[in-house]
Design a protein around this ligand. Structure first.
Ligand SMILES: [Cu+2]
Length: 696
């Protein structure tokens, strides 16, 4: 799922027959659970529903949030509209599904299903929220089929229906269940309903300092029939929070950066495919497993996934890599654009991002029988962390959000917004197709030919990621390509680029500068990232002999080693004056938010990253914490390799970006009296992962 994992709710188990009732604690940050019988729950539901059924506009609040310059530009074409949420409803969206009468069902992480009438606000200013069901165990998806809702709880696929027609769930039917160990990371997602009525669910790996499959089928996608027959479908997944169908009905799943996963990506899956994380192979020896690969054939460090996949049938390379921090940090929803009512991108995929509160766009094409393609930025500026997307009947896109424990650039704890195309066509790279000589770019509007024919307006860099047990990867083997020729078509809609230096198995960053439409409009998002898994037949690209074996074992660590001293300084004869030990804690926090030291003190600072993702600790000059966080965010592609330490005088001291379950010690001399902010500068973390070092 999302990279940021919630540890607020963990380590409790339920059985199939025991239903949990969830009591919201109105601090909004913690939940506690107590069992309640079906009977009591239904009684409570009816009572509660009377209170809740008709919440009026007076209780509604519409949240506002800051807009970036880019978001303001995007807003000229795609408008974000907030759907009001009653103050009494903590709509931490886990799933979205429209009913046949166009009401919006919303599953929440708190275990509820709400039904929203008129979410379009066509009939009234305030949509009506009704509680349909509660007491579910962390439902992170919602589907609707033949009059019933379907969701996954942690340990089962459940069909939830209202048999007596009073608007309240009264039948909870276990379609299929699976074991859980109690590990907090065992999220379950789905079902995605296939055209034949079968359902797909995915099961997160457990996290024990690395991704492991502690119970059967963790790390897998399962296909389940309506009557509960299960077929293991594919594995190699770590945190498969998002999956969906493209317009042609092919299955794609999204994966987040993690162990064995250098960066976010989407992968096309057929039955029997393996997508890269070896932990799920623990079950490949089961009689009904469609996969023969063995866990033992994966050494800790491999080199390039592209090379390792050769000769292994069904080892599926990512169709598109989403480079970390430039194209989000936690892919979280996949939805196909199946009409021309949402702009000029029919047939493409939208991919949501939880940590960066934005949506990317993906163009896919088949080359030698396999999908590959390019991703582009699309729309940022949502109010919380995007987890789910669903199409409304008016062709607007509903976006369901939550950020508790996971942090997002959108500051709200949860939200429901709509994205509506206003009919204006933005100037964009619509498609990026590979050719025998390079790439062909198709624009949404004719380009000004002189600018588009100018080679210096294009730049391309190829790079890839290490395939290893470690968490994430710096970009490796980066190399510039040469644009040799740019040929603009007669209608000005396409430009053919002849390029030297393209590499199979590599991601290719295209940056365009100073190309405009004939009306003088700039390109709204002048960059793209194309993943080449295969060159077209008859290609003229040289097949480079590449330094493929390189495995960069650690990320970089800023540009100035004096700011990150890892050995006791030789002149500290008596050792440090003070030792401070800090660690991470759940919810993207440091365990200490105020540390105090004396001016000039010799400080030994031990930073323990006991979390399940990468973090650093950066101490800045007074008042510069937020700016340093922003600088780190803007480092883009190069950021990973610098450990997200911006080269600025505002950074005084820092650790490197360190792996999960590791520790690093730094030594520094405390500056003069003052308040010195500290933060984790990993993009997206600094909003919540911060504190102050008080020198006095
Ligand atoms: Cu961090």
């Amino acid at each position: 799922m999302v990279v940021h994992d919630d540890k607020f709710v963990h380590n409790f188990q339920i059985t199939r027959r025991e239903v949990m009732f969830l009591e919201p604690d109105f601090s909004g940050m913690f939940t506690k659970f107590s069992p309640i019988h079906f009977f009591r729950r239904n009684y409570f539901l009816k009572y509660f529903n009377i209170l809740i059924l008709t919440i009026t506009a007076s209780l509604l609040s519409i949240k506002t949030f800051g807009q970036s310059d880019l978001s303001n530009l995007e807003n000229q074409y795609y408008k974000i509209i907030s759907v009001p949420i009653p103050d009494s409803v903590k709509l931490e969206v886990g799933g979205l599904a429209f009913t046949t009468d166009d009401k919006l069902g919303v599953a929440t992480r708190r275990g509820e299903i709400w039904v929203i009438e008129d979410p379009y606000q066509q009939k009234s200013t305030a949509p009506t929220y009704s509680l349909f069901a509660s007491g579910l165990h962390e439902p992170l998806w919602l589907a609707y089929k033949n009059g019933a809702f379907y969701t996954t709880q942690r340990s089962e696929l459940t069909k939830i229906s209202d048999i007596d027609g009073d608007g309240l769930a009264d039948n909870f039917h276990t379609v299929y269940s699976w074991p859980i160990s109690g590990n907090y990371h065992e999220y379950s997602y789905g079902p995605l309903i296939l055209p034949n009525g079968d359902m797909l669910v995915t099961l997160n790996l457990s996290w024990v300092g690395r991704g492991e499959s502690l119970t059967k089928w963790r790390g897998w996608m399962l296909q389940i029939t309506e009557d509960g027959k299960m077929t293991p479908f594919a594995t190699g997944m770590r945190s498969p929070a998002a999956f969906g169908l493209n317009k042609a009905g092919n299955i794609f799943f999204a994966e987040n950066q993690g162990d064995w996963i250098g960066s976010g990506r989407i992968t096309h899956l057929n039955q029997g495919d393996f997508a890269g994380h070896p932990a799920g192979l623990r079950w490949s020896g089961e009689p009904n497993s469609p996969i023969e690969l063995k866990r033992s054939s994966f050494p800790d460090s491999i080199g390039l996934m592209f090379d390792y996949a050769k000769g292994k049938p069904n080892f599926k390379l990512p169709s598109i890599w989403f480079p970390h921090t430039v194209m989000g940090i936690s892919t979280s929803a996949i939805l196909s654009i199946n009409s021309n009512k949402f702009g000029p991108f029919e047939g493409q995929l939208l991919v949501g991002d939880q940590g960066h509160s934005k949506i990317m766009r993906a163009f896919l094409e088949k080359v030698n029988g396999q999908y590959q393609g390019a991703c582009f930025p699309f729309r940022e500026g949502f109010s919380s962390g995007i987890l789910r997307m669903a199409w409304g009947s008016d062709n607007s896109l509903f976006v369901g959000m939550t950020s508790r424990g996971w942090a997002s650039t959108g500051k709200d704890l949860y939200g429901l917004q709509r994205l509506k195309w206003d009919g204006n066509i933005p100037m964009e790279i619509k498609e990026m197709r590979i050719t025998k000589e390079g790439f062909e770019l198709e624009f949404t509007k004719p380009v000004e030919k002189k600018l588009a024919g100018n080679l210096s307006n294009y730049a391309m860099t190829g790079f890839t990621y290490s395939y290893h047990k470690k968490y994430g990867s710096p970009i490796i083997n980066s190399g510039k390509c040469t644009i040799r020729k740019a040929t603009v078509s007669a209608d000005g809609l396409t430009v053919k680029l002849d390029i030297n230096g393209l590499r199979e198995g590599y991601i290719h960053e295209l940056k365009i500068d100073n190309i405009k439409s004939i009306e003088g409009e700039s390109i709204l998002h002048p960059q793209a990232y194309y993943t080449i898994n295969s060159f077209p037949e008859g290609s003229t690209h040289e097949h480079h002999t590449m330094n493929h074996g390189a495995d960069v074992s650690s990320s970089g660590c800023g540009e100035d080693p004096k700011k990150s001293v890892h050995e006791l300084p030789a002149d500290w004869k008596k050792g440090p004056d003070v030792t401070i030990t800090m660690a991470t804690k759940p919810g993207l926090k440091f365990d200490t938010e105020l540390i105090e030291v004396a001016p000039g003190a010799k400080v030994k600072l031990v930073f323990n990253n006991n979390d399940d993702m990468l973090h650093n600790l950066v101490i800045t000059t007074p008042g510069q914490g937020d700016d340093v966080g922003k600088l780190a965010m803007d480092m883009g592609l190069e950021g990973t390799n610098a450990g997200y330490i911006p080269a600025t005088n505002s950074v005084l001291f820092h650790t490197c970006l360190i792996q999960p379950e590791t520790s690093q010690t730094i030594y520094f001399t405390a500056p003069k009296a003052g308040d010195y902010p500290f933060l984790c500068s990993f993009p997206g973390h600094s909003f919540v992962m911060k504190g102050v070092m008080r020198v006095k």
